[in-house]
Design a protein around this ligand. Structure first.
Ligand SMILES: Nc1ncnc2c1ncn2[C@@H]1O[C@H](COP(=O)(O)OS(=O)(=O)O)[C@@H](OP(=O)(O)O)[C@H]1O
Length: 672
């Protein structure tokens, strides 16, 4: 039907156009209908939707391809062993400055689907050995609390854009989680936790099919140019099997270790732990030259103090842990680049009480009647240029390699010096433990080194009998804190960072549980090994070879073994209670059998010559085992000839003549 006259000219034109078209009449109806514009819009939308769908399919298939490529290149084995501690150090250094940023990032990303993530996590844990582990949600939550930032995070964010995946976080030190007596190591320091934006599969693993380069930043550069932190950090791997929703993890025990053995801080107990660990695995110790018991303390450490360095007879050292005055560049000449550095501090108040008894013979303490007497008249009895007086003041600061004397009347100087020491220690050490929280310290150490509970169980060594202790008044405690102001600041700082670390890496609740397990294990061992269930006075120690070194006015306790022990149990029990000096000799003999024979012969010769002169050894000390007795004999002589001012530059190193003299009679043990 032709359009009516009322229809507009436009419609008429349209009609004439459509009538000429070779198409169906419904199209003509459509185009001429008053709703034609609506129809046209609808058609356009339909075309748009189809186009979007097609694009989506192409996009998805591209993502699929990338995901499978990525998963094929994820591995749970760290191929380049040496890089891990370096990475951990990165994280440690970066922690303070960047943590809030990453945590914010992690929070904002997790808030999107918190429940889903947790649920998936629960399903996804798998043990290093491949066993599925149930109930890991809580641990993974703990683990997520400790996500820390580094530049790596930005790097990963970039890669996220490329890969269209979703990076959840980069993590500093993935914690081990404990499952009964077993431990699940949730990864390695520097692991990347990925949430790939694909079908809700969450992969927790170490990433990278190619070297994961971390940009070198100021924070990453160590003050002493330690490892070029972050560079060449490679965590490579291949995943053999990917189960959707399965988290994977790994953590490799560290065995390159430096322990700065500070004085009167429970360091002999830690030394015993390290000795047993290394001994049972045939690791090589950086032992003092010529069978000495200390690394020529109180001289600043020098690499040639270590047996095997100058002779090049040892190619690689694993553990260095004898008393030394720390000097980082020299230590690094001996130890591998990826070495883990740790030490321990003690409250200077309790420490001073112990030191005063133990080192009563040093010039500073020799003539005073009591500790209060010394503190009140230190201006008279404390002469910095006399040998061994460094024991009397800020001994921690001294051991870490700093000047222990400070003018307290100039507070600015004190604060600057304390801050410098703290900064340097933070840079040089991965972990600082606290003697007052020994068991908690061991848990932190266990986690940091990726060791087992059995590795860190110990008995208290080098402890004084109750009879040789003095109560201190609050006033005396105040005086000690003022006198040892540098040590006090160190202690306050590292006590705080210790608990921060507990909170951020373990959590108080989990720490309590782990400490309980450690104590149970210790109690079990004590029942098996110890005759009297605990320590006894030295006079009651039956095996002279297990008698601890006695010094000053202290009465240092020892242990007796349960009768009837044999085989590996006896060896294990015996190692647990072997005092420092005896164990050091044993290890030296194991590492350098020929040198040890020669040293013993030389020592015998010196001892027999000395017998011609007046004997200066007390009956109690004379009853000790061979090596201890020899050391004891030389001890009183060298105490008098120790470095006069160990802080002076020319005292950094014993000069060759002094060294060869010391070497000849193995008389380095100025003080225990
Ligand atoms: N496990 C544990 N927990 C807490 N305290 C402990 C532990 N082991 C040893 N100790 C105490 O540490 C003091 C001895 O320290 P050191 O072994 O470092 O002394 S030394 O410098 O090697 O001579 C010594 O302190 P005092 O007894 O107050 O002198 C030991 O009792």
């Amino acid at each position: 039907m032709p359009p009516s006259a009322r229809k507009s000219i436009k419609e008429r034109e349209l009609f004439s156009l459509t009538s000429s078209l070779p198409c169906a009449s419904w199209l003509k109806v459509l185009l001429c209908s008053p709703l034609r514009y609506l129809w046209m819009v609808l058609m356009a939308l339909t075309v748009l939707c189809v186009a979007i769908q097609i694009l989506g399919v192409v996009w998805q298939s591209r993502n699929d391809k990338m995901l499978s490529k990525k998963l094929l290149n994820v591995r749970f084995t760290i191929e380049i062993q040496g890089t891990l501690p370096t990475e951990q150090r990165d994280w440690e250094n970066l922690r303070s400055s960047h943590a809030p940023v990453v945590e914010e990032e992690v929070r904002s990303q997790e808030e999107g689907a918190p429940k889903q993530s947790a649920k998936e996590n629960q399903k996804v844990a798998v043990h290093q050995d491949g066993r599925d582990e149930p109930g890991v949600e809580r641990r993974l939550q703990v683990h997520h609390q400790h996500l820390k930032l580094s530049n790596t995070f930005n790097k990963v964010k970039d890669s996220r854009k490329e890969e269209r995946g979703k990076v959840l976080a980069v993590k500093a030190a993935l914690p081990k989680v404990t499952l009964g007596d077993d431990e699940l190591h949730l990864g390695v320091p520097g692991s990347v936790v990925l949430q790939l934006g694909h079908k809700a599969i969450r992969v927790v693993s170490t990433l990278s099919h190619k070297p994961f380069q971390v940009p070198l930043t100021n924070q990453l550069k160590s003050r002493n140019s330690l490892a070029p932190l972050g560079t060449n950090s490679v965590v490579a791997g291949v995943i053999s099997e990917v189960k959707p929703g399965i988290a994977t993890s790994t953590c490799r025990p560290k065995n390159h270790i430096v322990f700065l053995k500070t004085h009167k801080t429970a360091s002999s107990t830690i030394l015993n732990i390290l000795y047993r660990y290394g001994d049972s695995r045939n690791l090589t110790f950086a032992l003092p030259l010529n069978m000495h018991s200390q690394l020529f303390y109180p001289f600043f450490f020098a690499s040639h103090f270590v047996e095997g360095v100058r002779s090049h007879s040892v190619k690689k050292f694993h553990i260095m842990c004898n008393h030394m005055r720390f000097r980082p560049p020299e230590v690094r000449k001996v130890m591998p680049q990826d070495t883990f550095y740790f030490s321990i501090l003690k409250n200077p108040v309790a420490m001073m009480e112990s030191i005063f008894i133990y080192y009563k013979s040093i010039p500073a303490f020799h003539k005073v009647r009591s500790l209060d007497d010394f503190l009140d008249n230190s201006w008279r009895s404390y002469n910095t240029s006399l040998p061994n007086n460094h024991y009397a003041r800020n001994i921690l600061t001294f051991d870490f390699g700093f000047d222990n004397n400070v003018a307290t009347e100039t507070p600015g100087d004190l604060e600057t010096r304390a801050a410098t020491a703290i900064g340097a220690i933070e840079e040089d050490f991965h972990l600082i433990l606290i003697s007052e929280y020994f068991d908690e310290s061991m848990i932190l150490l266990k986690r940091a080194l990726c060791w087992s509970l059995d590795d860190i169980v110990s008995f208290k060594l080098n402890s004084r009998s109750e009879r040789a202790r003095n109560m201190l008044s609050p006033h005396t405690a105040d005086k000690i804190r003022a006198w040892n102001a540098l040590d006090w600041r160190l202690y306050l700082h590292f006590n705080a960072t210790f608990w921060q670390r507990v909170d951020t890496t373990v959590g108080r609740e989990e720490m309590r549980r782990e400490v309980t397990r450690l104590r149970e294990q210790r109690a079990k061992l004590a029942k098996t090994c110890l005759k009297d269930g605990g320590a006894v006075d030295p006079s009651q120690v039956q095996d002279a070879g297990l008698k601890p070194f006695q010094y000053g006015a202290a009465i240092i306790q020892g242990y007796n073994l349960n009768p009837g022990l044999d085989g590996p149990t006896k060896t294990h029990c015996q190692n647990l209670i072997t005092p420092e000096l005896q164990y050091t000799d044993t290890l030296y003999t194991k590492q350098f059998p020929e040198l040890a024979t020669r040293q013993r012969q030389a020592a015998k010769l010196v001892a027999s010559q000395r017998q011609l002169g007046p004997a200066k050894v007390s009956p109690d000390k004379a009853a000790m085992a061979g090596p201890v007795r020899v050391r004891e004999a030389r001890h009183s002589r060298t105490a008098k000839s120790g470095p006069r001012n160990p802080n002076a530059q020319n005292q950094n190193d014993p000069c060759p003549t002094v060294l060869s003299k010391i070497t000849a009679d193995r008389s380095d043990r100025n003080m225990p």
